[in-house]
Design a protein. Sequence first.
Length: 218
Amino acid sequence: MHQIILQGQSQPITVGKIVCLARNYVAHAKELGNEVPSDPVLFIKPATSMIMNGDAVVIPDYSDDCHHEVELAVLIGKTAYKVTAEDAMNYVSGYGIAIDMTLRDTQAMLKEKGYPWELAKGFDTSCPLSDFVPANKIKDPHDLAIRLQVNNEMRQDANTGLMIRRIPETIAAITRAFTLEPGDLILTGTPAGVGRVVAGDRMTAEIEGIGTLQVDVR
């Protein structure tokens, strides 16, 4: 089982699926030469991709271009299916920090062939996660400073208010297609500034009100 900690709870929470939202910040879409999509672009990371604070990302031997993407992670607290945007926040139980590690060379090859992205997005160690804070501790998840440094050099420095699709709209879109269950996570997209990491690097991600997440690369 792959578990996270929600502060204030005595028992860890088992994670089911990790649903990720691509191209949810305009500047990030543009820096990769992608169009801003009219509908949500979703993909799923398996729970086996998770690592925690202090662990290490291991770059697979089939890639030579691994990128960091810091994201706000949303923890689902109760079963949600065909939820309206107006009611969606009632299904959120916590927030954390995630880094969506992406094999950019592999992803480019897969996109060119029209294949799914899982080899580039779902490999073991591709989803570093922090502990989570209860939802009621975050006044507005759409107004949080979000940053990532590599070896103390700032790479990503933005605000979650720059999201194209906010959390309620994202939950509504996901649950039109499939059910979210307690312990599922949503990764809400990354701001501009993504870049390559190599073995020996140290990444430090921070989201206002949540804390920090630090992992090494090897």
